[in-house]
Design a protein around this ligand. Structure first.
Ligand code: GRF
Length: 201
């Protein structure tokens, strides 16, 4: 059975991408192969991480193209490479319902809170952690979920809790949620979902 051809979509630093690439290299991901890393911005450092790992790095410039042309080119890029699973790892654009409906339960995202808390439109980056601290919750975490037409609204695949410390800032909390939850559960979820796809082929 062939491994599941996977594309990782990124916009920024790519620490989750790095965790995924490392997991493939160390044998923690066996069911998926990262065939391409696609960014909506040429400056994304994640593209350098892909190149360093010997993975094809592609830019489709969202700002210049606008959403519908971006998605048209993205679909072509995915089709040309035979991509079966799409992983959003710090990808900062919301995909249209037209796009997500083409890939039911084939798009994974990671969100840095325990959904359904602190999620949906407007909750991204440090804003999520600031909202958790402002609310005063004592536990937060990360969630891997399938992507559908509702922002952060698709079926949950994996979650991991992280305790909040009394002296946490949004920055310190973001770092701990990444280290203690995101970088662990995202590769695990990819391995599990790709395993299901592989067995169904
Ligand atoms: C992570 O916090 C992730 O949960 C969110 O965006 C951030 C991406 O960071 N979706 P990185 O680019 O993986 O370092």
């Amino acid at each position: 059975m062939q491994k599941v051809k996977t594309a990782v979509l990124v916009s920024g630093g790519g620490t989750n991408l790095q965790a995924i690439l490392d997991a493939e290299r160390s044998g923690k991901i066996t069911n998926a192969t990262i065939a391409a890393v696609i960014s909506d911005r040429a400056e994304a450092y994640a593209l350098r991480r892909a190149e360093q790992a010997g993975v094809e790095a592609v830019t489709i410039p969202f700002k210049e193209l606008g959403r519908s042309e971006f998605e048209r080119q993205l679909i072509l890029a995915l089709q040309e490479r035979g991509i079966e699973l799409i992983v959003l790892a710090g990808f900062m654009r919301i995909l249209s319902a037209d796009f997500t409906s083409r890939y039911p339960e084939r798009i994974l995202n990671i969100h840095p809170s325990l959904i359904p808390s602190f999620c949906g439109e407007g909750y991204y980056g440090l804003k999520v952690h600031r909202a958790a601290l402002d609310y005063g919750v004592k536990v937060t975490g990360a969630t891997v979920h399938f992507v559908n037409e509702v922002p952060d609204g698709g079926k949950i695949v994996a979650q991991k809790a992280v305790y909040i410390h009394s002296d946490d800032t949004p920055e310190s909390l973001q770092k701990r949620v990444m280290r203690e939850a995101e970088w662990i559960i995202f590769p695990e979820a990819i391995e599990s979902v790709a395993g299901n796809i592989r067995r169904s082929k």
